[in-house]
Design a protein around this ligand. Structure first.
Ligand SMILES: O=P(O)(O)OC[C@H]1O[C@H](OP(=O)(O)OP(=O)(O)O)[C@H](O)[C@@H]1O
Ligand code: HPA
Ligand SMILES: [Mg+2]
Length: 173
């Protein structure tokens, strides 16, 4: 059994999302954006962040997986679901739950940049820099966290716990 301890409360998450939404709305003023949610982990963050963005936006979803049910990234990133529309000439904002090794986002960003968008930026709720294996330029970060396995608010443990409204760490064995 997991013994959960709150790392980031629901209130702190929501407050930070308001700030990020305001910053993004300012930075993209006068532009239209595609907010691209990386399933499944990015889904809670995407839905809350989207509500705080005031520039015209479309929602898109991609599913990529590198972890399976493991703690450690396999290093192999698979596209399970691609975008529905071309992104050439568009401003794409990737919305992710966490950057850990960096493998998922560096792979995804490369693929997207090859499709001739006007810009590709990254917004992640959590950044765990201690685990970085591949360098990724991140444009918006909610919280920088220490090196421990986190769950909740989209992040899973064997596919469970994504529905927690806060971010927790396991303090069990
Ligand atoms: O920086 P990295 O080491 O690549 O790790 C981060 C990625 O790993 C998790 O996704 P996962 O592949 O487990 O799929 P999920 O989003 O469906 O949980 C998380 O949601 C990120 O997408
Ligand atoms: O700390 C994490 N928790 C859950 N899923 C993850 N995927 C990458 N890092 C993590
Ligand atoms: Mg993910």
């Amino acid at each position: 059994m997991l013994k959960l301890e709150t790392l980031i409360s629901e209130q702190d998450i929501q407050r930070r999302i308001e700030e990020l939404g305001a910053q993004i709305s300012k930075d993209y003023d006068g532009k239209e954006i595609i907010m691209l949610c990386v399933l499944k982990g990015g889904v809670m963050f995407m839905t809350d962040l989207a509500k705080r963005v005031t520039v015209p936006m479309k929602m898109e979803f991609m599913a990529v997986s590198s972890y399976g049910d493991e703690y450690k990234s396999s290093g192999i990133v698979k596209i399970l679901k691609d975008l529905d529309e071309p992104i050439d000439g568009k401003h794409v904002l990737i919305v992710e739950d966490i950057i850990d090794s960096g493998r998922t986002l560096s792979y995804l960003k490369n693929i997207l940049e090859g499709r001739n968008p006007s810009s590709v930026k990254i917004c992640t709720l959590l950044d765990k820099p201690d685990q970085r294996v591949v360098d990724v330029e991140v444009d918006y970060v909610g919280f920088t966290i220490p090196d421990s396995f986190v769950i909740g608010y989209g992040l899973d443990y064997h596919q469970f716990y994504r529905n927690l409204p806060y971010i927790a760490v396991n303090k069990g064995e």
